[in-house]
Design a protein around this ligand. Structure first.
Ligand code: GDP
Ligand code: MG
Length: 179
């Protein structure tokens, strides 16, 4: 008889300024769909993705999307509670959304941490690379990633499905290593 599978439940927060593509990234990753306009629901939305990570591990990812609260630039402690990982998303074509990244990272680090006190694994996402000439320079994103000690960074397109799975896999690996 085979041994029972290990099962992990991971709460993942997706934060970043309005319009950077948070909802699009989640929809692409979970349902493999893309649309020009999502209903801007007010509040918090959840999406669940269940992955057969390896032959004896199941990962249940709970992705937390925000809508309407972006303009405050921060979230409540309750929202962050027990998160295992996070994505901070910016729009490569809008410099202001890159400037906001430090605020989102600070907000995360001040309101949630691992049991050992370390920051939760957090990936910086530079989204909409399809709009950037020559695929988009990722220098700024890489600099930010180093400066603000993100776990890693990825340049993505929810529209054209570029690097979304890679970014999520990277986050899942880190989260599992910390569980
Ligand atoms: P949110 O406010 O962060 O949830 O952003 P949305 O997911 O609602 O996206 C805002 C707008 O940007 C929508 O019109 C999306 O269709 C568009 N968008 C999202 N991701 C991409 C992308 O990768 N490339 C392009 N060109 N547009 C995108
Ligand atoms: Mg949204």
């Amino acid at each position: 008889m085979s041994s029972p599978k290990k099962e992990y439940l991971c709460k993942v927060l997706v934060v970043g300024d309005l319009g950077v593509g948070k909802t699009s990234i989640i929809q692409r990753y979970v349902h493999n769909i893309y649309s020009q306009c999502y209903r801007a629901t007010i509040g918090v939305d959840f999406a669940l993705k269940i992955l057969n990570w390896d032959k004896d591990t199941i990962v249940r990812l709970q992705l937390w999307d925000i809508a309407g609260q972006e303009r405050f630039g921060h979230m409540t402690r309750l929202y962050y509670r027990e998160a295992a990982g996070a994505l901070v998303v910016c729009d490569l074509g809008r410099a202001a959304t890159l400037s906001s990244v430090h605020r989102w990272k600070e907000d995360l680090d001040s309101k949630v941490s691992l049991k050992n006190g370390k920051p939760i694994p957090t990936i910086l996402i530079g989204n909409k690379c399809d709009l950037m000439p020559f695929g988009g320079s990722s220098h700024n994103v890489e600099d930010l990633c180093r400066e603000l000690t993100f776990t890693d960074c990825h340049v993505t397109s929810a529209k054209e499905n570029v690097n979304i799975n890679e970014a999520m896999s990277c986050l899942i690996k880190e989260m599992i290593a910390n569980l």
